[in-house]
Design a protein around this ligand. Sequence first.
Ligand code: PMP
Length: 464
Amino acid sequence: MYDAPAPQLTEAELRALDAQYCSWGDTVHYLAQPKFFETCEGSYMYDAEGRAYLDLQMWYSTVNFGYRNPRLNAVAHHQLDTLPQIASSHLHREKVELAALIARDAEAKFGAKGRVHFNVGGAQAVEDSLKLVRNASGGKSRMLAFQGSYHGRTLGASSITSSYRYRRRYGHFGDRAHFVEFPYAFRGPKGMSKEEYGEKIVADFARLFESEFHGAYDLKAQESEFAAFYVEPVQGTGGYVVPPLNFFKNLKAVLDQYGIMLAVDEVQMGMYRTGKLWAIEHFGVQPDVMIFGKSVTNGLNPLSGIWAKEAFINPTVFPPGSTHSTFNANPMGTSVALETLRMAMDSDYERSVPEKGAHFLEGLKDLQKRWPQIGDVDGLGLALRCELCETDGFTPDKALMDRMVAEGLKGDLDVDGKKMGLILNVGGYHKNVITLAPSLNITYEEIDLALKLLDTLLRRCVTT
Ligand code: PMP
């Protein structure tokens, strides 16, 4: 047994060390003083005083199945005691079973044989997919992606991520993607339905291929300049923006016409966040490549990966060593991921997530009726958005968002005679969207508590 030593340093001393020795480049410092936490369980984080903070973002949708999920933690303990380390020149049972489980499920859903390839982080898997689509397209390095997209911050992933903030100072490797407008209906053209807006975007996109002078297509050779279109089925960092349900079908028809692959990034919206294993299942299209990560291990040990159609990933075209990295199919990650998928597939998340999501969204709509500062609420399953604005209900109010994040972390919100905190994540094109990604195991009581805490926070943070 390991007896953890008693803490030697005070919080102030740790902060001083952080300021002196920690790079902040690997963090997301929204606050001048980020908070220390001691423990976590279910939907809650706890500070040193044992105060509970209801978490509505779960490590950016990485802990979909609740903090310290007993079944998944038990697998991690077992793997630690049996085969925690193994070089990737050898095989282990869990890696093979996990790949087969994902590939068979994809074959049943998308009607295509394929294979699975592992790595450790979302951005690394995106990098691997970039190599794969470049190779499969005969070396094309130009990609399409959406405005509002997020695919990671390595140099390659930055080149297909819309925000220039991540490229300023550092540049990027490879060609920067061509960024296409996404049907973000709340800020779209007036007098158009969500569906019409999506259709307009696809029609405008298709015009790119009408003439070689539009910069995308050689009509004589019948060849496009682009290898793949990278899409998030529901935009994550972009603010949990849900496109119309016919959008990707229309887009895919254009991609098929011009020989462009569809690469679906499920890193944030996969693993039942939207009520389906993969969010793209809502939209009736088949990906050529799919990328997953985050909650595939419930955040226990890093694991990510890609699934691709056989023609693009078989060992003849994508041979051993194509993207090898030491930790890629690490046994701690693959064993936990295998159990996570088995657990999730055996559960009734396809029913419970939409039901809980509908209850949460109804509560957000009630809040919206009372708070003109809530410009938009929407969601798919338990991926929900709440867009904060000025009293006109439209002008983005990032300052209000920042105040709510900071006040929630103080842990002094009064509810039913108790003091609590609330953990929120910031997203959106204007950094004014609460992107809500609660545990998929959240109870109805906890959803009602979340709504109460949001109301209390708004009362405290709205300045009139
Ligand atoms: N793709 C999407 C859709 C994401 O949301 C993220 C992370 N937020 C990534 C890729 C990158 O994953 P990671 O942070 O694990 O590199």
